[in-house]
Unconditional design. Sequence first.
Length: 161
Amino acid sequence: MIKKIVLILAAFVVVLIGAVATLIATVNPNQFKPLLVEQVAEQTGYEVVIGGDIEWQFWPSLGFSIAEVAIKNRPGFDEPDLLRLSRAQLSVDVLPLMSQTLQVGEIVLQDPHVFIQTLANGDSNVTPAQTVTPTQPKNVGASAERQTSSTSSEPASSKIQ
């Protein structure tokens, strides 16, 4: 009886390792870069640049990482990038995937640089161009033409859970 249980568990482990090896051998996550860039632009109006590779991540959890990511500012803002990261990692919970549900376990952003700016006309770089309307409230400022804030994380890695 114990021998059967051990054989079943060993077979499960072999099948799992085979599935992971097949996934790595047949699916290159970098093939999804153009689709990812296109979907972000379509859904948000922002241009995304992925300068590095997208890599699978299997340990300690299932997910992927993307190197050298930037979200570009629209023309007219002081900095070329709204957001710039050296690496972003995303992990997902495995069991909910079995029921076709995606649950994000953890998001890790390494070396994030966020630049937020509001122009004198009230246009902000955190408001996508397609959703900016003339009815948005204007910033009240003492003759300041632009309001700017820039953050760069002090620790090299920030976690959002």
